[in-house]
Design a binder for this molecule. Structure first.
Ligand SMILES: [Zn+2]
Length: 123
């Protein structure tokens, strides 16, 4: 079995996250028909956002750690990880799973092992 490169794994993970096709932020001010315009008519695009940053392999390919957001919210919420983004995550996951994800973020696994886990999840 050939192990994907990080670049390839990132691409497949991001594609899967964005496959929901809409921004996951409730009442997103950037793309929910703002002034009657739909996302595809705006300057925003859908992106894969990581709550815990991508430099941690243990949560880099964890679907609970990722959301499909429009680029407006993705950019804005990078600075809201102690605020609105955190509140969103707790609501989405429940406090128990949120705490588990935080613990996972503080564990060390190799990039290779995280990619193998992702490959199994996506096969
Ligand atoms: Zn949005």
């Amino acid at each position: 079995m050939k192990i994907w490169s990080s670049k390839s794994a990132d691409k497949k993970f991001s594609e899967k996250v964005r496959s929901v096709g809409v921004c996951q932020r409730p009442d997103c001010p950037y793309c929910h028909n703002v002034k009657g315009k739909k996302l595809e008519e705006s300057r925003f695009v859908l992106q894969c956002s990581h709550f815990w940053g991508r430099n941690c392999s243990a949560t880099r390919y964890e679907f609970d750690n990722a959301d499909c957001f429009c680029s407006g919210t993705h950019f804005k919420w990078e600075g809201e990880k102690a605020g609105a983004y955190r509140n969103y995550m707790i609501k989405k996951l429940g406090k128990k799973r949120y705490d588990e994800l935080e613990r996972l973020h503080n564990t060390t696994i190799s990039r290779r092992d995280s990619i193998i886990k992702l490959m199994k999840e996506l096969e």
